[in-house]
Write a protein that binds this ligand. Structure first.
Ligand SMILES: [Zn+2]
Length: 311
């Protein structure tokens, strides 16, 4: 939250200026003069690591599991650490269970919106087996939470809305529900950024991070905007991170329902579907590359800040 100037400071200011003088505007800790470079330097590797270990500690985050509400509560608590306003957005699973996406931000805000999302559910060989889901996708949630901590206090030209989806591994169920609401309520969505798998340790240390942007799919009219945001992300990666980048189309993650509703979509992805740990009980926190996760989180913060209007 933005700290308010103290009453004492205001009174002191008034005394110094005297009657009839023009009051100076009080300055705030998070002045809008802040730069992308200042913001990316606020990414804390230790916090990312704590989030990955914290979320991976659940035996499973299979969305249909009876204990899944405890996972939802973990996400609510993590988002709410700084007193953020949180909405639990319900949707129905095919099993009949009610599950929730966790939303931070106000979709009725008249400003244009940048939505950043990551799924917090996980999967392994069978629902009965452990599914720590460290890289897929505790890493995406860790980056999402860190971006929220750094960016939510700022009042940018575009509002940033943060969403943690569930039901991704059962067919993008949570993101379908949010995309439907976004279309029905005509959210002024300038960009949807999806984070799904960010900390795979590649066989080659300089293997690129994949910047995915929409190149067709259901709606052709949003492609040019997605491409422009994708190219801007590549430029920001070169300026603010040590990552090499490449690009592909978007595929098989939570941006797809938003693309189908016409919204411009990009994503960040680490190539981890090639890993032997992918969708198994071995997707554990000790296999995550935390340096890579730190660098791509810097890219997440830079991309959101740029889309929000900062330079
Ligand atoms: Zn995933």
């Amino acid at each position: 939250m933005v700290p308010a100037p103290t009453r004492r400071a205001l009174l002191l200011g008034a005394g110094l200026l005297g009657a009839g003088a023009t009051f100076l505007r009080p300055t705030f800790a998070h002045a809008q003069a802040t730069s992308i470079a200042d913001l990316v330097d606020q990414v804390r590797p230790q916090t990312l690591r704590q989030h990955v270990f914290g979320l991976s500690a659940f035996p499973t985050r299979w969305t249909d599991h009876p204990d899944f509400p405890a996972v939802e509560q973990w996400v609510v608590d993590a988002f709410g650490a700084d007193g953020a306003e949180i909405t639990r957005q319900p949707y129905a699973m095919p099993s009949g269970k009610t599950r929730h996406n966790i939303v931070v931000g106000d979709p009725s805000d008249p400003r244009e919106m940048v939505l950043v999302g990551a799924h917090f559910d996980s999967i392994s060989q069978t629902p009965a087996q452990d599914a720590p889901g460290a890289n897929d996708n505790a890493t995406g949630i860790a980056a999402l939470l860190e971006a929220q901590r750094i960016l939510a206090p700022l009042n940018l030209d575009r509002q940033i809305v943060f969403v943690a989806f569930s039901g991704e591994e059962q067919g993008l169920l949570g993101s379908r529900a949010t995309a439907e609401i976004a279309a029905q309520e005509a959210w002024p969505l300038a960009l949807m950024l999806n984070l799904d798998m960010l900390g795979f340790r590649p066989p080659q240390p300089d293997a690129p991070m994949v910047i995915e942007f929409d190149q067709g799919n259901v709606v052709p009219s949003n492609d040019a905007q997605a491409r422009a945001f994708g190219h801007e992300a590549a430029r920001l990666a070169a300026a603010h991170t040590t990552l090499n980048t490449t690009h592909t189309d978007i595929w098989a993650s939570d941006y797809m329902p938003f693309e189908a509703r016409g919204f411009p979509c990009i994503g960040f992805y680490d190539g981890g579907a090639e890993s032997a740990f992918y969708h198994t009980s071995s997707d554990s926190p000790d296999h995550v590359d935390y340096q890579r996760l730190e660098q791509v989180t810097r890219l997440v913060v830079a991309t959101l800040a740029s889309a929000g209007g900062l330079t």
